[in-house]
Design a binder for this molecule. Structure first.
Ligand code: ADP
Ligand code: MG
Length: 600
């Protein structure tokens, strides 16, 4: 065959692996790879900052269950993409990152964008490798693709020197046959039957059993078997933030609104695809009962027995398989309240706690906004949710939610119930701010991309804190360019966690003090705080500047109208939603609920 370039071999390898979309930013020399990929029918989604494209590729892997692919330039491109590599690693998402690098003959001389990316990324990836010859390209890319996907998913990295990308094959070079590039879906293993038996026995005799459904269960696409297990056993369940929707939130056994009571009082907990990390308070007292028996189900052996998990009880295996085994083991049994002397004690406790929390939330949602007062988060979310419900019933699952920020994300978690898996993307295990815009693009590709043709398009609704949005705000141009008609709410309290003042004039006084270096204050409290952002920044103009729709919203009526029009719009819409500044509120994720949280 005629000679081929390294770029062509790379693009061919990706296509033969089944890659249909690449998220990236081009520059010399990776632009040649992107161009060849487009020529082969692969979509190349071009971003404005490598952070956003690496975030997009990481979550695309989570949503589709196949590796997301990210292509960036070397040096600074790799440094920026490290953000998504860390995000994929922390969340266990499958991600293949490809980057250009300086010519092999210029290394150590100060070549263009020279950086030893392999050494740099080795600690942060499942492996990082440099391709040293054209012959090696297909094998390296195939192994990197397979490795990021198999076992516990995570990131892998392939470094592509400029002379390899631009190199030409020797006469007689043969590309591998496409069938030799195929990587089948990862092998699945069942759990040890003895441990399945033990787990079933423990659950049968539990006084207060609980099932925790994590994002590993969502990634494993185990919803059908988990739903059956819940139905069959009648064990209450608690989803983690991204485990929501594996079993519908509307299910009567969902104890999310009694979360603390459920964690504290359960005696046997089956954890399906969730680590016992900060999100689950490490499985430790006082949040959990001190003698709770915790049965972890995970694909990763190292996870079993971590923190309060039990090494004797934990089950290594694929969630779907293990759940099916448990179904068989627990056939003809269902939880009826934990034995004769304590019948329904647990259920009563959960019901009481849920009612208290739900009444409180309901009250906040239903309290109308007073004239001249800003909307509260709860009221604003109630209006958004009710309006969306009139446009598309929640049960149909036509909305994918993206959410990041502190209050914005925390409060939205319970305000927007989910009945379908993998349709709520948030800041995740790393609490990464700035993921939202990339996640919108990835959700659009995963749910509305060419490979999904025929299914009804999903609307992507993002609830972005004003600070979180700012990390990747320029990606709104990316959305406009690819005609992604997302509806983005920038929930604007003019600050990180909270704002400073309730009036513009009071805010300007603080600004004057800071700008004028007026530091004479005795209490040290003058001027803008580290959490301050410009008062009521007009973020909606970022949508209109690129042909989208922008709304500046203060009132309930304006919010209802903007939500409706934004939902129906076929261009990107940004609703700049002014909410209560929350002055004096505690700093931190409500999720962590630490007593010692700092207060300003
Ligand atoms: P969450 O954020 O919901 O608490 P985590 O990200 O902490 O969830 O945990 C997800 C877990 O799921 C990881 O430990 C990962 O190894 C595991 N996991 C991923 N896929 C599978 C699978 N197919 N079967 C079993 N466990 C899985
Ligand atoms: Mg804010």
């Amino acid at each position: 065959m005629a000679t081929v370039t390294g770029a062509q071999i790379i693009a061919r390898s990706l296509r033969d692996l089944g890659v249909t979309v690449i998220f990236g930013i081009v520059g010399i020399p990776v632009v040649e790879i992107a161009e060849e990929a487009i020529n082969l029918g692969i979509r190349f989604v071009a971003f404005r900052n490598e952070q956003a494209c690496s975030y997009a590729a990481s979550v695309y892997g989570y949503m589709t269950g196949r590796p997301g692919v990210c292509l960036v330039v070397g040096g600074p491109g790799v440094l920026h993409a490290l953000a998504g590599i860390g995000n994929a690693s922390a969340n266990t998402f499958p991600l293949l990152v490809l980057a250009g690098s300086a010519e092999t003959t210029l290394v150590t001389k100060g070549g263009f964008q020279e950086m030893d990316a392999v050494s740099f990324l080795t600690p942060h990836t499942k492996f990082a490798v440099r391709t040293s010859s054209l012959d090696f390209i297909p094998g390296a890319i195939k192994n990197a693709y397979r490795t990021c996907w198999y076992g516990r998913p995570g990131p892998t990295f392939v470094d592509l020197p400029a002379d390899i990308i631009q190199g030409k094959s020797t006469p007689g070079y043969r590309l591998p046959a496409p069938e030799n590039m195929l990587v089948s879906t990862p092998p699945k293993s069942s759990g040890d039957p003895a441990l399945i038996f033990k787990a079933a026995q423990l659950l049968r005799s539990a006084r207060a059993p609980l099932l925790i459904v994590g994002k590993g269960a969502a990634y494993a696409r185990a919803e059908t078997s988990i739903r059956r297990l819940v139905e069959q056993t009648q064990i209450p369940f608690l989803p983690t933030p991204m485990g929501k929707g594996v079993v519908p939130d509307s299910h009567p056994l969902n104890v999310s609104s009694a979360r603390s009571a459920a964690l504290k009082n359960s005696d046997v907990v089956l954890v399906l695809g969730a680590r016992l990390n900060w999100i689950l308070h490490f499985g430790e007292a006082p949040k959990w009962g001190p003698s709770a028996k915790i049965i972890q189900v995970d694909i990763c052996a190292e996870e079993i027995g971590r923190n309060s998990g039990s090494s004797e009880l934990g089950i290594l295996g694929d969630i779907e398989r293990v759940v099916e085994q448990l179904e068989t083991s627990l056939a003809n049994w269902k939880y009826t309240g934990g034995g004769s002397d304590s019948t329904s004690k647990f259920a009563t406790l959960l019901a009481e706690s849920a009612k208290k929390n739900e009444d409180k939330a309901q009250k906040a949602a239903l309290t109308p906004t007073l004239a001249n007062s800003p909307l509260t988060y709860q009221r604003a979310y109630h209006i958004i949710k009710s309006t969306l419900n009139t446009l598309t019933p929640a049960e149909d699952g036509n909305v994918v939610y993206v959410s990041e920020g502190a209050n914005t994300m925390d409060i939205s978690r319970s305000a927007f119930p989910l009945n379908h898996p993998r349709q709520r993307l948030d800041a995740g295990t790393y609490a990464t701010m700035g993921v939202g815009m990339g996640y919108i693009v990835a959700a659009h590709e995963a749910f509305n991309g060419p490979s999904t043709s025929g299914s009804r398009p999903k609307k992507i609704v993002a609830l972005e804190g004003d600070s979180a949005f700012g990390f990747s705000a320029m990606e709104i141009e990316t959305l406009a360019r690819y005609r992604i008609p997302a509806l983005i709410f920038v929930v604007n309290n003019s600050g990180i966690y909270h704002g400073d003042t309730t009036t513009e004039s009071a805010w300007k006084t603080l600004q004057d003090q800071t700008a004028g270096h007026d530091t004479k204050s005795a209490d040290g409290k003058r001027g803008l705080r580290s959490t301050s952002l410009l008062y009521e920044t007009r973020y909606e103009m970022m949508a209109t500047m690129c042909g989208g729709k922008g709304y500046f919203v203060r009132t309930e009526e304006e919010l209802e109208k903007a939500t409706r029009e934004g939902f129906l719009s076929d261009t990107v819409t940004l609703v700049n939603l002014i909410v209560e500044p929350g002055i004096g509120k505690s700093i931190g994720f409500a999720w962590q609920q630490k007593k010692e949280e700092a207060k300003l």
